[in-house]
Write a protein that binds this ligand. Structure first.
Ligand code: SF4
Length: 252
């Protein structure tokens, strides 16, 4: 009865959706670095690795998507070992479905969470065929709607397959952003937003790979290898053990 009354007192409510209160922009902690220092950091990382690449092996956007889905809580090397054989047999959603969940599971059984991942690979292949003509969509909302695909996976695919300047925050990037006080944040979403507003725009496209590789090989989780770091003089991390930067020589 009450519901009916409220409809008659506000007849326009069905046609005009209630205005949402303006979303408050979250205040993110500031970067510890000045714009000049930020430019210098990313300039050096760009000299070190002018054309950085991800380490997950793939042959097209579909196999990239599958490899990233498989890489959750697994090493790239472990994923590559399994996918070399898998992708030789199935490099399209059609071929993956033909292979079937049981055989996909067998191929990836050395990777953590393989049962669930095999199921998702089949489900996402089905969804690609049913909703996207067998192609990987270059759109974040469409990507995260696929089974097993989260924001980080979508960001990697948008960056590597579609050339978008996204920031896929993994464990390395989350650690570096906070340890260096580059773009601090309590959650991966906060770190992503903070990095996107902190990194100089001209360096944004490659920044995700530079930071991952810096975290994997130099600013490591257990103990940062500061004597091997080209950022040692600029870095403002309380964990830093050395002030002298390593030689800035391009890596292969
Ligand atoms: S100086 Fe040390 S703590 Fe700072 S970025 Fe380099 S490795 Fe990490």
């Amino acid at each position: 009865m009450q519901k009916a009354q409220s409809k008659t007192t506000n007849p326009s409510s069905e046609k005009t959706p209630a205005k949402r209160p303006a979303k408050k922009r979250k205040r993110l902690p500031k970067s510890a670095y000045t714009p000049d220092e930020l430019n210098e950091i990313f300039q050096r990382l760009s000299i070190l690795r002018p054309e950085p690449k991800g380490e997950l092996e793939h042959v097209n956007a579909y196999t990239l998507l599958v490899a990233v889905v498989l890489s959750a809580q697994a090493t790239d090397a472990g994923v590559n070992k399994a996918t070399r054989v898998l992708f030789a047999k199935a490099d399209t959603p059609q071929k993956m479905l033909a292979l079937g969940e049981d055989r996909v599971r067998e191929h990836i059984r050395t990777i953590g969470l393989y049962r669930n991942k095999a199921k998702n690979v089949i489900l996402l292949s089905q969804a690609l065929l049913e909703n996207h003509g067998g192609e990987v969509p270059g759109d974040r909302d469409a990507l995260v709607a696929l089974p097993g695909v989260g924001r980080k996976t979508a960001n990697v695919v948008l960056n590597m397959a579609f050339g978008q300047s996204t920031m896929a925050v993994d464990t390395h990037i989350y650690r570096i952003a906070n340890r260096m006080r580059l773009a601090p944040g309590k959650t991966v979403d906060d770190v992503e937003a903070n990095l996107l507003r902190t990194i100089p725009e001209n360096h944004l496209f490659h920044a995700h790979h530079w930071l991952i590789l810096h975290g994997r090989y130099v600013c490591k989780a257990r103990k940062p290898d500061c004597p091997a770091c080209v950022l040692a003089d600029i870095c403002k991390s309380p964990e830093k053990t050395c002030d002298i930067p390593a030689a800035l020589v391009p890596l292969d």
